[in-house]
Design a binder for this molecule. Structure first.
Ligand code: TMP
Length: 231
């Protein structure tokens, strides 16, 4: 009926290691949805346009030693500051296609090794510690993980100059993502779809489009409430 509340949008998250093609696929997916007259908007984290995001940007582009926990909390704060708008966007019926989120936050921080770290606070950056600052954030309806092994990633051209663009770290990041996938699978709330990102842009795009049409359908037929991260 005319008085029924509009269906909420789906929160679709693309994650993966650096150079897996996430950013390209996020923009192709948004265009694809819009071409079908499905309301969609791209989000990305870190969102470097805010004040917090400006600090993150400076950190990523410098080699100045900064406490790893403080940086981790900035990345997390950058998601929390976006959360109200994100929730509102979904409530208005617009789908969100998001480039990185809390999984990147945990995977990157927890992949740092004690010997690489300058942190005064020392100690291991455990998965649990890293996850805790994101507990309660709006949860994606699904994670689409673009999987690419390290050799393939490096074939795509050298990394840029940002501080995380190093082989050893990237390999540990990929491992952390796998751990986060298995945590979500045990909880049984946030489904993961792993896509082989070594295929052509078109093949990856087609695979993602198929997955996403199912996600959107599920969110619209379910009376699915938006979930919360890791609660
Ligand atoms: P970008 O290349 O997608 O802009 O991301 C910049 C870097 O920030 C990338 O190496 C991944 C890293 N990152 C974190 O360390 N923590 C986070 O929470 C996020 C979202 C990204």
């Amino acid at each position: 009926s005319a008085t029924s509340t509009p269906k909420r949008g789906a929160f679709i998250l693309l994650e993966g290691v650096d150079r897996c093609g996430k950013t390209t696929q996020v923009s192709l997916l948004v265009k694809h949805l819009l071409s079908l007259s499905i309301a969609a908007v791209a989000y990305r984290f870190p969102d470097r346009t805010t004040q917090v995001g400006g600090l993150i940007n400076e950190y990523l582009q410098s080699s100045v030693q900064t406490d790893d926990r403080a940086i981790h909390l900035l990345f997390s704060a950058n998601r929390w500051e976006a959360a109200p708008k994100l929730v509102d966007t979904l409530a208005r019926g617009t789908n969100i296609v998001c480039d990185r989120y809390a999984y990147s936050g945990v995977a990157f921080t927890s992949a740092k090794r004690a010997e690489d770290r300058s942190s005064m606070s020392g100690g291991e950056l455990t998965l649990d510690w890293c996850m805790s600052s994101d507990v309660g954030l709006p949860a994606p309806d699904a994670v689409i993980f673009l999987d690419l092994d390290q050799d393939e990633a490096e074939k795509r051209g050298g990394y840029g100059g940002e501080r995380y663009e190093k082989r050893e770290l990237q390999m540990r990041v990929r491992q952390r993502f796998a751990e986060l996938q298995s945590i979500d699978e045990k909880q049984g709330r946030i489904p993961w779809h792993v896509v082989d990102a070594s295929q052509s842009v078109e093949e990856v795009q087609a695979r993602i489009a198929g997955i996403v049409s199912n996600i959107i359908e599920r969110v619209q037929t379910d009376t699915a409430q938006l979930g919360r991260m890791w609660g």
